[in-house]
Ligand binder design. Structure first.
Ligand SMILES: Cc1ncc(COP(=O)(O)O)c(C=O)c1O
Length: 386
């Protein structure tokens, strides 16, 4: 049985999305900047997709800019805010558990003089607002906190963070990386209280290499892609129209049945969690009780997650040991920041779900995992005895 449980790394492109993309490549292939009919038609496609993404964020279409990925959206915010505001202040506040797309950019800005504060997290991978309060200064230029953590699935209290920011200085910009929450949680930018929001297409059944950035109307951040002035001068480069049209379609599909889809994903996730807790001894559930529907992080003590991953792969079950971007490196910075033991970190597996997963698949996964865990524990204890 094929069971794909790595949907936080990437998702399968929906046939409807692929179809629209193919049509945009082969038939509606005009350049949206061209003045002739083909260009006007391409521009219509661009406009439609922008309106679809904007509606899902409760934003206005002129607040949405297409980028090449979530990483580019994140980098645009950090670099752009720094370049436009470094004369006003040098403090940037983020968390210790952000995606490398944020962390690496912060490190680069710190080398240029930014005073970056990394807020610690608790065992549930969310943070105490006391730490934020202590870090906020009136000359802070940016607070960037992810909406959902990609490894633990924890949900960060964005609206509460906004309130804390406003108590200090309403002018401090607030960005969220919503790559893992878009179409899984409410991402109404007004309710969240954010000025900027990053999202990525390939986590919601669009293709890889397309992202978007919401920037609140009236807010200027310096672009770093200069050229033909596309995307209102905010992100030059001929628009990736097939991928943009595909993203619009993926959003349309996701919005069409959002509540049932989320309820189904949560049901499958909770079912697997229950099965694992009842059938496999010595495990710890690392995801918080109130985390996002799509992520379940579990440690199988006495096992190496990577070995389990490859054992499951033989049965066509695909999971992850952490985020795809960091899985080749030693130890997860997220699980470390949560205070997990080395044994828990070593034995951690991230299961990440989408609406295609079923309870029947979870029965199969639990059965195979139980055998894989038992055999690895047996081997390791035999090896230790020698
Ligand atoms: C939280 C988060 N931010 C950013 C990214 C990067 O997105 P992209 O792969 O589109 O660059 C990811 C991808 O895993 C992610 O999980």
């Amino acid at each position: 049985m094929f069971v794909y449980l790595d949907n936080s790394a990437t998702t399968q492109v929906r046939p409807e999305v692929a179809q629209i993309m193919a049509k945009t490549m082969t038939e509606d292939f005009g350049n949206p900047s061209s003045l002739h009919r083909m260009g006007v038609n391409a521009e219509k496609i661009l406009k439609k997709a922008r309106a679809q993404v904007a509606a899902a964020l409760n934003a206005s279409p002129d607040e949405v800019f297409f980028t090449s990925c979530g990483t580019e959206s994140d980098a645009t915010v950090l670099r752009g805010v720094w370049e436009s505001r470094k004369k006003q202040g040098r403090r940037i506040i983020t968390t210790a558990v952000e995606h490398p797309a944020i962390l690496r950019s912060c490190e680069a800005l710190a080398r240029e003089g930014a005073d970056v504060i990394y807020l610690p997290v608790n065992r549930d991978c969310t943070f105490d607002t006391d730490a934020l309060r202590a870090a906020l200064t009136p000359d802070t230029i940016l607070v960037s906190v992810m909406h959902v953590n990609n490894e633990a699935g924890s949900i960060m209290p964005l609206a509460q963070i906004r309130r804390e920011i406003d108590k200090v200085n309403k002018g401090i910009l607030f960005h969220t990386d919503a790559v893992q929450s878009f179409e899984k949680l409410d991402t109404d930018v007004h309710r969240l209280g954010v000025d900027m929001l990053s999202l990525s297409g390939h986590k919601i059944h669009a293709c890889k290499g397309i992202g978007a950035l919401y920037v609140k109307k009236g807010l200027y951040i310096q672009p770093f892609m200069l050229g033909g002035g596309q995307e209102s001068g905010f992100r030059s480069g001929t628009e990736n129209l097939p991928a943009i049209a595909g993203l619009g379609e993926a959003v349309r599909l996701a919005e069409a049945n959002k509540a049932e889809r989320i309820a189904h994903i949560a049901d499958v996730r909770n079912y697997l969690k229950q099965l694992l807790m009842e059938n496999i001894e010595n495990i710890t559930v690392n995801s918080p009780e109130d985390g996002v529907c799509s992520v379940l992080n579990v440690s199988f003590l006495g096992c190496r997650g990577e070995v389990l991953l490859h054992t499951l792969e033989q049965d066509e079950i695909y999971v992850s040991t952490g985020s795809a971007c960091s899985s080749h490196k030693k130890g997860s910075h997220v699980l470390t920041a949560m205070g997990l033991t080395d044994e828990q970190i070593e034995g951690a597996i991230r299961f990440s779900f989408c609406e295609d997963n079923t309870r029947e698949q979870m029965d199969f996964v639990c059965e195979k995992l139980k055998a894989a865990v038992a055999s690895q524990r047996r081997l390791r204890s035999a090896f230790k005895r020698k």
